[in-house]
Design a protein around this ligand. Structure first.
Ligand code: ADP
Ligand code: ZN
Ligand code: ZN
Length: 718
């Protein structure tokens, strides 16, 4: 819109209101260009905002515009990023101000001066090389690590060296901080097989244009090697590579592998970093100095000087979806970004989402398959165990199998999707059970700290010694969470180490990484844990993997439950037999005859997924149709219903199918009553456009003030 008449700047500020605000140029100065970062008065505060457009003065002369207080940086953000943010706003129904938070790292969202990040690499000095350190064993250890060349500060801290040891060595001049590690020794990596080569050449063939490629490769088929080969070719051409991963927990391992394969430092961007570190990565991405960037979903908005390739690893993972603020899906934004940049994007997974598979079927994405495990490894053998009548005790057949694998020198991985000791605590006399007062949920009994915890709202208190209803002291712990399994396994297999992996046991930032390091020594051991264990870790010593208790998921009210179950089961199965020794996989259920399990047990995830896709199509559910939820919640059940009814009238259209207001599957959570309106249409863009055109009117509805509400486009949770 910027033309000769442009005299106002349209600025997005970080407030949850559905529009940008107009300002005059700073007094006596010209209008800052689009993409500039500015400080503006807002109410009685001053806020940092981004100029997204220019405009003409308001027709209504009585509207008094205020001038911009200060221009902080000119053209910090390029047009293509602003367009992407604008698309996010309209598509996801987010407030424009929330996108300011996506585009700028925390340090740039405030005017306050920030300390620049320390130089990221640590190098041994000649003094350090010769120093006598026999009285300072930690310092000597650190020196040993640095003998072969500089390492990232982050990596040193992650491998257990304290910031204190590092500071003392810096102060004594034994080591120094440097900007760049120099040349990293690169290793060639394995020779690719035919399927991998085909995938790499398909990616490279698209290097000058947009194409979305779905790399569906079974677990251990060498997907990462494919990304790395393609990335290497991009780097050789001076282009940047952005690799998105679902979780921080996976970075350290991947970063080491990337750096050694590509011979270039990988810059990391995720929420576990300090503000200074994030800013440093943001700047390095913007200037092009960061050639390889590994990050979680928010990295999809990093400015890139010479973008060449975007990779989304484990694209099916729901952590790519942001659950608050701007509810974007990192994978889908990555695809949109690649389209706007005219570069290829690779979505990789052993268990692709039905959304991506659907896009491949429709010809929007190109499907590349890797059907065999790379190298010498084979897929594990599957077995379903009938676990009826075990009520909380370890299954004897499971025990026999674990023992056999341990005896043969293997490691064992057991997945249970529930932390704590027991999911239910119940009175044997009167049937009372410990339930959360604020949620429709049982409280989980955690024996370690004798507490009852609600895993949905976080409330916790001491476990009662006797039944609060009838006074009976006989309280029964029903079912087994990871804590109880750990106890049972320790009692049964006293001779090996049993490691529990869940949010309660892995509290430190590096606990999990250190544990994985320990487990890779290959000694027989048992790992028992939650989701954390199911994700892409390469544990070559694991020969037996098991999933316990899938039964809840088989009968869930959520139409996505069978997909999620299939993914978890297949990912856990995929942890076994990745080394030289053959693997085995066990699935324990009280419904061994369930048709879903039968389909899954054939071990062909794509075939299973295609079957689910056909069912979704028949039921007219996503991804066959587009689904947005309008959610509302309040302390009283009436207010959200009233709001959603008003919203329903406002959103009414012949082209949109509307269902509800319906209660959410968990109707009460954290003291809030939760309801939703389902909006469905054949086309995602049309549905998003319909909502975007009415979002301001939704904000203005009289009932909107009495509830918390938001639009959830492509909703994953029901
Ligand atoms: P994925 O990402 O599909 O799980 P990876 O790329 O991590 O698979 O590969 C699994 C293991 O197989 C790794 O140890 C990797 O080095 C090895 N590998 C990958 N491709 C080959 C190949 N073509 N030949 C031999 N080994 C390979
Ligand atoms: Zn009782
Ligand atoms: Zn609760």
């Amino acid at each position: 819109m910027s033309g000769p008449a442009a005299v106002t700047a349209r600025v997005v500020v970080p407030v949850p209101l559905p529009r940008p605000f107009d300002y005059l140029p700073p007094s006596g100065a010209r209008l800052p260009p689009v993409g500039s970062r500015v400080l503006v008065p807002f109410g009685r505060r001053q806020l940092v905002g981004i100029v997204v457009d220019h405009g003409s003065p308001p027709a209504d002369r009585s509207v008094k515009l205020r001038p911009i207080a200060r221009v902080l940086d000119e053209v910090l953000l390029d047009d293509r990023l602003l367009e992407l943010a604008d698309w996010c706003c309209r598509y996801y129904g987010a407030a424009p101000g929330e996108t300011a938070n996506l585009l700028l790292p925390g340090a740039l969202r405030r005017v306050k001066a920030f300390r620049p990040a320390p130089k990221p690499f640590i190098e041994l000095t000649s003094t350090g090389r010769e120093a006598e350190l026999s009285r300072a064993p930690r310092q000597a250890d650190l020196r040993d690590r640095l003998i072969t060349g500089p390492l990232a500060r982050r990596e040193l801290l992650e491998s257990g060296f304290s910031a204190d040891v590092l500071r003392r060595m810096l102060d004594a001049g034994l080591v120094r901080a440097v900007e760049d590690p120099g040349v990293i020794q690169s290793t060639a990596g394995p020779e690719l097989n035919a399927e991998q080569r085909h995938a790499v050449s398909a990616i490279l063939a698209a290097r000058h244009r947009f194409e979305a490629l779905l790399l569906a490769g079974i677990t251990g088929s060498g997907k990462t090697e494919v990304y790395l080969h393609a990335a290497r070719r991009m780097l050789e051409r001076g282009r940047q590579v952005l690799i998105l991963i679902p979780e921080i927990g996976l970075t350290a391992q991947l970063v080491r592998r990337i750096e050694s394969r590509l011979g270039a430092p990988a810059h990391v961007y995720h929420s576990g970093l300090s503000e200074g570190e994030r800013l440093a990565c943001w700047q390095a991405a913007r200037t092009g100095r960061a050639r390889v960037i590994v990050g979680t979903r928010s990295a999809v908005f990093l400015p890139l000087k010479r973008p060449g390739l975007i990779v989304v690893d484990e694209e099916h993972d729901s952590s790519f979806k942001q659950a608050e603020g701007a509810r974007y899906h990192g994978r889908d934004v990555a695809v949109m970004r690649a389209r706007k940049l005219g570069i290829p994007v690779v979505l990789g997974s052993a268990t692709p989402s039905l959304e991506s598979l659907h896009n491949a079927t429709q010809g929007r994405y190109r499907l590349l398959e890797l059907t065999e495990r790379a190298g010498a490894a084979n897929l594990p053998r599957w077995r379903i165990i009938d676990a009826r009548g075990r009520s909380g005790r370890l299954d004897p057949e499971l025990v026999r199998n674990i023992r056999r694998h341990l005896d043969e020198g293997g490691q064992v991985l057991i997945y249970r999707n529930r932390r704590g000791y027991a999911p239910v605590l119940m009175c044997a006399e009167c049937g009372w059970s410990a339930d959360c007062r604020r949620c429709d949920a049982h409280m989980t009994w955690h024996q370690a700290n004798a507490s009852l915890q609600c895993h949905h709202c976080g409330v916790h208190h001491r476990a009662p010694p006797r039944c609060p209803e009838c006074g009976s002291p006989e309280l029964l712990a029903l079912g087994a969470g990871t804590e109880r399994l750990e106890d049972q396994l320790k009692a049964e297999f006293a001779e090996v180490a049993v490691y529990r992996v869940d949010r309660d046991s892995m509290t430190g930032r590096h606990d999990f990484d250190q544990l994985l390091e320990k487990v890779r020594d290959g000694k027989p051991c048992i790992l028992v844990g939650t989701q954390m264990l199911a994700k892409g870790h390469h544990l070559p010593g694991v020969t037996l993997a098991a999933v316990l208790d899938v039964d809840q998921a088989l009968f869930s009210a959520d139409f996505r439950a069978p997909e999620r179950l299939g993914q978890v089961v297949c990912q856990v199965a995929g942890r076994a037999g990745r080394g030289e020794r053959a693997g085995e996989f066990l699935l324990l259920t009280r419904h061994p005859e369930h048709p879903l399990l039968e389909a899954m047990a054939r071990g062909d995830y794509l075939a299973y997924a295609r079957k689910l896709l056909a069912e979704r199509q028949a039921a007219e559910l996503p991804p066959a149709t587009a689904l947005a939820l309008l959610r509302a919640e309040a302390h009283q059940p009436e207010a959200p219903r009233v709001f959603l009814e008003q919203a329903g009238r406002l959103l009414h259209s012949k082209r949109i199918e509307m269902i509800g207001p319906l209660p959410a599957i968990m109707t009460r959570r954290g003291g809030y009553w939760r309801f939703q309106l389902w909006l469905q249409a054949p086309d995602r863009a049309a549905l998003a456009g319909h909502l975007a055109a009415r979002i301001e009117a939704l904000h203005d509805l009289p009932a909107a003030r009495k509830v918390r509400w938001h639009v959830d486009m492509d909703a994953l949770e029901l």
